[in-house]
Write a protein that binds this ligand. Structure first.
Ligand code: CTP
Ligand code: ZN
Length: 152
């Protein structure tokens, strides 16, 4: 069965595999990590069968490794993701993502009147609920909920 999955998305020599991405979140993860502008090989799969989650997505990025603070940004849309480091075709580490306490600069504030939507001010939120994501804006004090999140 596992071999079947390997046929769908091929193995990589060096780089990062982001596995167990929730159904529908693959493109958002690509955007958050700025992979749209990346020039090395990227494989991705969506709607793959997963025993744990029913359907899942996966992204494999060749020749690229991420710092924890960089990869943790994806936890907003992919809290179940596993980040796997591959060196010389071997799995060297597997980590779960952690939702950060603070979100700086890549999420838009839901409030159209917020200074961050009207002047060149970088957004800043504290995460006040990690289960049912709620972001508290440092500037206007309004709450941006998970379903209202738009990425810059
Ligand atoms: N992988 C890869 N290239 C490699 C080695 C592994 O792309 N050279 C990918 C596999 O396709 C898999 C992930 O890295 O998606 C983790 O590999 P492995 O631990 O071998 O897979 P599983 O046992 O299926 O892991 P889990 O049960 O955690 O899903
Ligand atoms: Zn605001």
């Amino acid at each position: 069965m596992e071999n079947k999955r390997e046929l769908k998305v091929s193995a990589i020599e060096n780089g990062t595999v982001i596995d167990h991405i929730p159904q529908g979140a693959v493109m958002q993860v690509m955007k958050i990590l700025n992979l749209e502008n990346f020039t090395d090989q990227i494989y991705f799969g969506a709607n793959l069968e997963s025993k744990k989650y029913g359907k899942k997505g996966i992204i494999k990025v060749s020749g690229r490794f991420f710092l924890p603070q960089e990869i943790n940004k994806i936890a907003l849309v992919a809290p179940t993701a596993t980040v796997i480091e591959i060196r010389n075709y071997e799995v060297v580490s597997k980590l779960a993502v952690d939702i950060p306490n603070e979100i700086v600069g890549f999420v838009k504030c839901f409030n159209p009147k917020c200074i961050t939507n009207n002047e060149r001010v970088i957004t800043r939120f504290s995460v006040i609920d990690k289960d049912d994501i709620k972001l508290h804006c440092h500037y206007c004090e309004k709450i941006t909920k998970k379903q209202n999140i738009i990425f810059n």
